[in-house]
Design a protein around this ligand. Structure first.
Ligand code: 2P0
Length: 357
């Protein structure tokens, strides 16, 4: 059985993904998160500083496990995803991220990175969130940086903004630090942290996979185009701050209906900003809209169910855990039962060790 630690440095005995080599290594696991208040738009591309705060729920499904082992000899970083060598843009992003870690650690060694994803990559199901959260924890540890989760959240942010939130479990807020006068100050203050929710909330997110294929436009490019050209972006970002304040209060009250209503309006507003971009960015498909109709029918039948969509056609429906089976049945009638996954609140990123028992 693997043991889990908030922080630990693994030596030569590490086994499993990324372990087992002659040099220091570490293995970490992280789960995706789904934003209920969305991150859409950057203030600074290089530092990955968002325009507005976001708030998510970390899931207990689709974990990513990443091992990082330092190479003893020369040669470039070696990266595999599910056993397949990475190249091009994917490799460049990982190497650029490792360069940040090397700079902070004052070390030059290249690394072997092995990642196992259980979520379809690039389909708007947050594989980059779990991926860079697991990489941040494993790489920082392998390079000897004994950082607190808040610092690791800042590091993960540089890989992919939403990854900053997957450092933590449950409900999580990522601070934009938009009030900071300079980007350097914002860089220091833009991290995620857990937010309080009533114990009785007992939420589920029912994921309806409309299409598991990779998206045509990356969220990074779509975000950039929306900020640059959409006349609706500014008003949405301003209203998103109000949505976040109202959602935090609703979470503390344990008011699932209010949490869901706010999440649904925030997501639809985000998609409206994209539809108003020039040219428009549209991730929602006819099947997405059919699922949205089904969610409305559930509400009319008295079930508290609320939809949110990210940079893809898939729909995630917030409901009470007690209603999750009924919601899953209703969505399964549209997309097929095998394309529905019920998730609950999941844990934050963790180091694994390779000790077997
Ligand atoms: C979110 N999304 O809050 C929003 C909602 C998609 C829609 O975070 O450019 O992959 O790497 O920082 O984190 C997807 O964007 O973007 C995302 P980058 P990321 O979950």
């Amino acid at each position: 059985m693997r043991r889990e630690h908030p922080i630990a440095v693994l030596g030569p005995e590490a086994e499993g993904v990324g372990g087992g080599g002659a040099a220091a290594g570490a293995v970490a696991v992280a789960h995706p998160n789904i934003a209920l208040i969305k991150y859409w738009g950057k203030r600074d591309e290089r530092l990955v500083l968002p325009v507005s705060d976001s708030l998510s729920m970390t899931l207990d499904v689709f974990p990513t496990t990443t091992g990082v082992r330092l190479k003893a000899g020369a040669g470039p970083d070696e990266v595999t995803f599910n056993g397949v060598s990475a190249s091009g843009e994917a490799l460049r992003r990982i190497t650029g991220f490792l360069d940040l870690v090397r700079e902070r650690a004052g070390r030059d060694a290249r690394a072997v990175v092995e990642t196992r994803n259980t979520v379809p990559t690039g389909a708007g199901l947050a594989s980059s969130a779990s991926g860079f959260a697991a990489l941040a924890v494993a790489a920082a540890t392998a390079y000897g940086l004994r950082w607190e989760p808040r610092e690791l959240s800042r590091l993960a942010r540089r890989g992919s903004g939403s990854a900053s939130r997957s450092l933590f479990g449950g409900f999580v807020q990522w601070h934009s630090a938009a009030e900071a006068a300079t980007v350097e100050e914002a860089d220091a203050a833009s991290y995620a942290e857990p937010v309080a929710a009533a114990a009785g909330l007992d939420p589920a997110l029912v994921v309806a996979v409309v299409n598991a294929g990779p998206k045509e436009v990356s969220s990074r490019a779509a975000m950039r185009q929306t900020v640059a050209t959409s006349p609706l972006f500014g008003p949405w970002a301003a209203s998103s701050g109000e949505d976040l304040t109202a959602m935090r209060a609703a979470l503390v009250r344990g008011d699932l209906e209010a949490v869901g209503e706010i999440a649904e309006r925030n997501a639809l507003g985000m998609h409206a900003t994209m539809l108003a971009a020039r040219p428009a960015v549209r991730y929602l498909s006819p099947a997405t809209v059919t699922v949205l109709d089904r969610v409305l029918q559930l509400r009319r039948a008295g079930v508290a169910a609320y939809a949110t969509m990210d940079a893809g056609p898939n729909v995630k429906v917030l409901c009470r855990r007690a209603d999750a089976a009924r919601v899953a049945d209703a969505l399964g009638a549209v997309v097929g039962a095998s394309s529905v996954v019920v998730a609950g609140p999941g844990p934050g990123a963790r180091l694994l060790d390779g000790g077997d028992s």
